[in-house]
Design a protein around this ligand. Structure first.
Ligand SMILES: Cc1ncc(COP(=O)(O)O)c(C=O)c1O
Length: 402
């Protein structure tokens, strides 16, 4: 038979597969072969999904709740999300302003598909979650990167943001607490961003997925809280993966302007339809049920954060202040770049990450795909014992660098 030439769509040319998923897969493949891999690569809780949430899935299955639901989510879940956003975030929404999707990633994907026309720009602060630029490109949009730095606690510089805003800017993405930096925007930073975007007719996308993972006083706030005049053009994205340890169950949601939500619903109607029926039931239980399991997870992350950040900073060539949120330490390894290990130059974070995995069975995600070469991301969603073991391996490596 003749080989078939498959010509893929042009829009795929500018997108790359997720490097974090790729590294994770490589680490898992090594572990499957019996290697004693220490992985700090995963962007997911190591805790089990709380038992009462699993029970809710089983009960929904047993009750035969296995048919299609409304695309945008079952009314009970939409109501629970609306209650949560009102009680915890002081934001009010009607049911037609909420769309339940297959993870927060899916919510974001729907936003860009619904919002962007070719050439439209989306401002993304770097370091950024790796998927943002590619999701924008897959919707024929253009990511516009505005750099932030550790010296400024990863807060965007309003002057740089102003410079990046153009008549083509359709949205600005905010992610606080942040993946990969663990940075949390202060009220003043949010006010500065608000001031910069007023007068520009663009959407604010507030990716609040790490909202519950906060290690600083003051509670969570997003741009719609500190600048209520911008709430009508803010879309809040959130989900159950990180807070409730439900990554594989895939459930997220968006709440925002009803015209945008209607557009997103159209995209979802013609792609996935509804999120999994029984998981929607479990999400109602997650929101309405006891929050103690979540509090216990956050307490444990808070301890690990200290062990990881302080441990990293003790290693020669590595600097890492304690992050304010999420479960990532974004360590400055700039001093190691350009040096040599086993006769090979450490050309950048990707090379460094490869050396660590190959010779020390240590998986840490390179900063380069997050827009920050010179950094490595270490997830502390793993036990303190594993953190100590991994830090030991990193110290062994740095001792051999010259
Ligand atoms: C910043 C950020 N937003 C969104 C997501 C997507 O989460 P979900 O599992 O709900 O799709 C992630 C997951 O890693 C993330 O880090």
């Amino acid at each position: 038979m003749n080989a078939v030439m498959i010509k893929l769509a042009n829009r795929l040319k500018s997108a790359k597969p997720s490097p974090t998923l790729a590294l994770n897969a490589k680490a898992k493949a090594l572990a499957a072969k019996g290697a004693d891999v220490v992985s700090f690569a995963a962007g997911e809780p190591d805790f089990d999904t709380p038992a009462h949430i699993k029970d809710a899935i089983k009960a929904a299955l047993d009750a035969g709740f296995t048919k299609y639901t409304a695309t945008g989510g079952i009314p009970e879940l939409k109501a629970a999300i609306i209650d949560k956003l009102k009680a915890e975030n002081r934001l009010e929404y009607a049911p037609d302003q909420v769309l339940v999707s297959v993870g927060a990633k899916h919510s974001l994907y729907n936003i860009f598909q619904a919002l962007l026309s070719p050439g439209d720009e989306v401002i993304i602060f770097s370091p950024y979650w790796v998927s943002y630029p590619d999701m924008v490109r897959l919707a024929d949009g253009e990511p516009v990167i505005v750099e932030t730095s550790a010296h400024n606690n990863w807060a965007p510089d309003p002057a740089q943001l102003r410079k990046a805003l153009t008549p083509r800017t359709r949205a600005v993405i905010l992610n606080s607490p942040s993946n990969p930096t663990g940075g949390v925007y202060s009220r003043q930073t949010l006010l500065d961003i608000a001031e910069a975007v007023r007068g520009h007719d663009c959407l604010l996308i507030s990716d609040d997925i790490y909202e519950r993972l906060l290690y600083v006083e003051g509670g969570f706030q997003n741009i719609a809280n500190v600048a209520p005049d911008l709430a009508p053009r803010t879309v809040v994205v959130n989900g159950f993966s990180k807070a409730y340890a439900m990554t594989g169950l895939r459930l997220g949601y968006a709440a925002g302007p009803k015209e945008l939500i209607a557009g997103m619903q159209m995209v979802q109607d013609q792609s996935t339809s509804n999120a999994t029926s029984v998981i929607q039931k479990a999400a109602v239980t997650a929101l309405k049920g006891p929050q103690e399991p979540l509090d216990a997870m956050v307490k444990e992350y808070a301890k690990r954060r200290v062990v990881m950040a302080d441990g990293l900073s003790k290693i020669s060539g590595v600097k890492c202040p304690r992050p304010d949120g999420a479960f990532y330490c974004f360590a400055d390894v700039g001093e190691l770049i350009g040096k040599s290990y086993k006769g090979q130059t450490i050309t950048g974070s990707i090379k460094l990450s490869e050396m660590l995995l190959e010779d020390f069975l240590l998986a840490a995600v390179p900063g380069e795909p997050f827009g920050a070469d010179g950094y490595l991301r270490f997830s502390f969603a793993t036990s303190q014992a594993i953190i100590e073991k991994g830090l030991g391996r990193l110290a062994e490596f740095t001792a051999k660098v010259s």
